[in-house]
Design a binder for this molecule. Structure first.
Ligand code: ATP
Ligand code: MG
Length: 563
């Protein structure tokens, strides 16, 4: 079946489909153009899924191009991290890895062409003066006194700028367009500036650097990009994008299309803010599991398939909106529910001694690895006289709807037996409960009583002698407000002080002894947990990926009931 027969999912795919149908292009070429000045975040994932997705669906290709035109903020570390993240998300640029800096010579020649054709000039106003002369949305700008420099003088000055004869800020190269334009981007925009800075790839070869609005259309044209997709804030730049391509002798004419960027509730996606969170130590690094960076989400245990699914669900449109972060969490749970093996772990242990279970006896009980996936099979879990249960699963004075363990009450242990609480042992000094003494009913092996009696709760547990010690890091949202900074203007004011809780006395079942970093499990009744890279032999460290509570599904249900 041809993909073209299917109704395109969004306005950009519609444009691509129409262009192909009209024979405008033989092959679609898109690009993902990150600036290597930070790590990728979930907003970039939207752009990656769109650009690579369109190429895949329409039999085209997508380039990875680093937009590395600002040497001051860019680093090799970011280049490496971005490549790793795009691959992890599941996309492949094959041999099409490009850098805007590879085109510096070509761009310089295009600039010379503009000068020679009277379309660009060297301006020697200071940066402040340039700003003053630009005018405002309601007032036209003023022409620079340097605007009518003769071509020869412009050529000579521009070459001397390149040769390093002037300090930063002494001159710039500007396009000669229209200082009275209603679009400020067309008021003789700066194309090149002097920057005596070492570039992470070109070293000291250049001391003039092209600006985004000049470099981007030219890079697109040099790569034969057909559809140049960017976010809405570039809509007003499109006339300049087109001007550059019209006035430079480029090999082809890419078109720019804009879509709404992703905004997420309880999250900041501005690179400037993310850099600040990392550099000021509000988080542990770029891959802190609370960050919306792709490396943070990977460490948190978010599967790439869940992120791709999320990007599919939110779609691509022209209207700015804020997506509920619960939708992303829903996608994560959906994916992990299908794929994550179930195991038992106890986060806040309470010791339980089965007084009638023989000392030294160990039984291997059979546990189901994934009820959603019969092919996942079963595993043995050891059971013995001393167990750990979750502290929350016992209450000495249970309120009405508490059905779990309480004095004199019987519950089921998952995959094991019914047990009854006979005695509560307390610390003589503090009164804290330190141990429960229980009995088990050997006739209830496998969790059923032959006499048909019922229990109202099934609890998870681990065998104390066999369990592996673990640290578990419980994450909550990094920000406590849906729109961080909305109230005070400073997003840091909304940092959630409870976004990380570390539990250091946890136990997990022994099947996890050799669990490797990156593996994700469902701890029965507790949530999804991912093995962290801080794990060491004999001491595992887990990040909580998600709880089991699905806020999104509940919201949907409530809405359906209302309707
Ligand atoms: P900067 O403020 O540094 O320009 P940026 O977020 O635009 O930050 P880039 O590296 O320039 O970062 O982004 C690469 C690509 O990802 C661009 O095409 C950009 O439009 C897209 N992108 C960035 N943020 C989002 C977002 N929140 N939603 C969708 N696309 C985004
Ligand atoms: Mg950008």
């Amino acid at each position: 079946m041809s993909t073209r027969a299917v109704q395109p999912r969004d306005f950009i795919r519609q444009i691509v489909a129409d262009d192909l149908a009209a024979g405008k292009y033989q092959r679609i070429i898109t690009r993902f153009p990150p600036e290597p000045n930070g790590y990728l975040h979930i907003g970039h994932a939207k752009s990656i899924c769109l650009n690579f997705g369109i190429a895949q669906e329409f039999g085209g290709v997508c380039n990875l191009r680093f937009d590395d035109t600002n040497p001051i903020k860019e680093e090799q570390e970011y280049v490496d991290a971005i490549m790793a993240d795009v691959r992890w998300l599941g996309f492949d640029w094959e041999d099409r890895l490009f850098f805007a800096s590879d085109y510096f010579q070509q761009m310089y020649e295009y600039a010379l062409h503009l000068i020679k054709t009277g379309k660009a000039y060297v301006c020697s106003l200071s940066p402040e003066e340039i700003r003053e002369y630009r005018g405002t949305l309601t007032e036209p700008g003023k022409e620079s006194p340097y605007r009518n420099r003769p071509v020869e003088e412009n050529l000579e000055l521009f070459q001397r700028m390149k040769a390093g004869e002037f300090p930063d800020g002494a001159h710039v190269l500007r396009a000669k367009i229209d200082m009275a334009s209603g679009n400020l981007n067309l008021r003789d925009p700066v194309l090149y500036r002097i920057l005596h800075a070492r570039h992470h790839r070109t070293g000291d070869t250049w001391c003039i650097y092209p600006l985004y609005d000049f470099a981007h259309p030219l890079s697109d044209a040099l790569e034969g990009i057909t559809h140049s997709l960017c976010t809405l804030e570039f809509e007003d730049h499109r006339p300049l994008y087109d001007w550059v391509l019209e006035n430079c002798p480029v090999p082809c004419r890419p078109r720019q299309y804009e879509f709404a960027r992703l905004n997420l509730s309880y999250t900041v996606l501005s690179k400037r803010k993310l850099v600040q969170l990392v550099q000021e130590g509000h988080v542990s690094g770029w891959d802190d599991p609370r960050l919306p960076t792709l490396s943070g989400m990977r460490r948190r245990g978010y599967p790439p398939a869940a992120i791709r699914r999320f990007c599919d669900l939110i779609g691509v449109g022209k209207r700015e909106n804020v997506v509920d972060v619960a939708l992303l969490e829903y996608c994560v749970r959906e994916e992990l529910n299908r794929t994550a093996p179930r195991v038992m772990a106890v986060l806040r242990p309470l010791k339980v001694v089965l007084t009638n279970y023989p000392e030294g006896q160990v039984e291997e009980l059979e546990a189901i690895n994934n009820p959603e996936d019969p092919a996942a099979g079963t595993r043995p879990v050891p059971f013995s006289r001393v167990l750990y249960l979750e502290r929350d699963d016992f209450l000495e004075q249970p309120p009405k709807k508490f059905y779990r363990l309480a004095p004199g009450r019987e519950v089921r242990l998952r995959y094991a037996y019914f047990i009854r609480c006979e005695e509560v042992v307390k610390h003589p000094g503090t009164g804290e409960i330190v141990e429960l003494r229980c009995t088990y009913d050997p006739a209830t092996k496998g969790g059923q009583a032959p006499d048909g009696r019922k229990v109202k709760a099934t609890l998870h547990w681990v065998s104390a002698a066999h369990a592996v010690p673990a640290e578990v890091r419980l994450y909550d949202r990094l920000f406590a407000a849906p729109e961080p900074g909305a109230a005070t203007g400073n997003f840091l004011d909304d940092l959630n002080p409870g976004s990380l809780e570390v539990l250091t006395t946890c136990w997990v079942e022994p099947s996890l002894t050799r669990a490797a970093p990156g593996e994700i499990y469902q701890f029965e009744r507790l949530g999804y947990f991912c093995v962290d890279r801080d794990s060491r032999e004999g001491r595992l460290v887990f990040n909580r990926t998600a709880t089991l509570k699905d806020v999104w599904a509940k919201l949907q249900q409530a809405q359906q009931q209302e309707a």
